[in-house]
Ligand binder design. Structure first.
Ligand code: NAP
Length: 299
């Protein structure tokens, strides 16, 4: 339970509603900043302005999955006006307070560092990344189906990277009957991919390996599908780049060659906001229960 813990939310999308609901169920004291376009009143929460008076009571300050942009702007579908995380807001938090987000850009890290406030990045956690890989793989499949005129079953798919997202992606494609090639860097990943019935190869051989593919799913967040590699990809192939912006594809050259290539960021929030919200709610509630155990025990 989170009895006695004060939690403030600023910004977000449909995922954040799942988190807010979970926190009220766990008996946290919940404040919402800038939720003036919600269209309904959530029970058990207080809509407020981030005044210094209120901020000094806050234990946990919760930002959306992408905390802020590089200028401090906080994305929100619930606010009429622009939300900005200012120096005054972070500066007014008590020293024990923590800021939680999916991933923190330099602006947020610097702001918190200047005020000695910890910032916790949820998407760094293996468990969250693995759970998130499920809606990500489903979203990538949706895009593959929408952008091809063949079935996944019987197609030749390539997955680049065998980490938390690549692993789930490869297994999902295999489950649908695709022949799955997996591009890896490490011998242990090669062995595991082989054991699981994929066709592993080292990404140093990417140029030759792409010659017969129908679909390419990239999870490597560095330029890997270069112009040179693209020259050997068949015209029928579709590239779905899942890696964080700017992706790992030379999109300009793909377009020039007439190969369909798309960057597909933020799929969990797009295809399954409820599930994605629950993933965040589970991880956050567990974290807060650990981080503020002493305070809630004292209540
Ligand atoms: P991860 O677990 O770190 O996986 C990345 C994998 O790529 C690692 O196994 C890494 O191997 C491998 N890799 C890196 N460079 C390589 C190379 N040159 N050749 C072969 N393999 C290489 O990360 P993740 O959680 O799967 O996330 C992958 C990307 O997807 C990130 O950019 C993440 O932000 C993004 N993502 C996007 C969505 C979406 O909706 N589009 C959703 C979730 C995640 P080593 O560990 O050996 O370096």
């Amino acid at each position: 339970m989170l009895t006695g813990i004060s939690v403030a939310f600023m910004g977000g999308d449909a995922r954040q509603l799942e988190v807010i609901q979970r926190f009220t169920e766990l008996d946290a004291t919940v404040f919402l900043f800038g939720f003036n376009n919600l269209g309904r009143q959530l029970s058990g929460v207080t809509n407020s302005e981030p005044s210094a008076e209120l901020l000094k009571q806050i234990d946990a300050f919760i930002l959306p999955p992408v905390g802020t942009d590089d200028t401090g702007r906080v994305e929100s579908i619930f606010s009429h006006n622009e939300l900005v995380l200012t120096d005054e807001i972070i500066g007014a938090l008590p020293s024990h307070a923590k800021v939680y987000t999916g991933m923190a850009k330099t602006y947020l890290k610097r702001l918190c560092q200047e005020h000695n406030i910890s910032v916790i990045e949820l998407f760094d956690r293996d468990d969250v990344a693995i759970y998130n890989s499920i809606p990500t793989a489903e979203g990538a499949l949706m895009m593959a189906i929408q952008n091809t005129d063949i079935t996944i079953h019987g197609s030749v798919c390539m997955v680049l990277g065998f980490g938390r997202t690549g692993f789930t992606m490869a297994r999902t494609l295999q489950g649908l009957g695709a022949s799955v090639k997996v591009g890896v860097k490490q011998p242990d990943h090669f062995a595991r991919a082989w054991e699981m019935g994929f066709q592993p190869f080292y990404t140093t051989d990417l140029y030759t390996e792409v010659a017969n593919i129908d679909l390419l799913f990239n999870t490597i967040p560095t330029m890997i599908i270069t112009a040179q590699v693209i020259t050997n990809i068949p015209h029928r192939a579709v590239i779905i780049d899942l890696a964080s912006k700017p992706g790992g594809t030379d999109f300009r050259f793909a377009e020039k060659r007439g190969i369909k290539a798309m960057l597909a960021p933020g799929l969990p929030g797009i295809v399954a906001p409820k599930t994605a919200g629950r993933i965040i709610a589970n991880a956050l509630s567990q974290l807060l229960e650990e981080d503020f155990k002493d305070r809630s025990d004292a209540e």
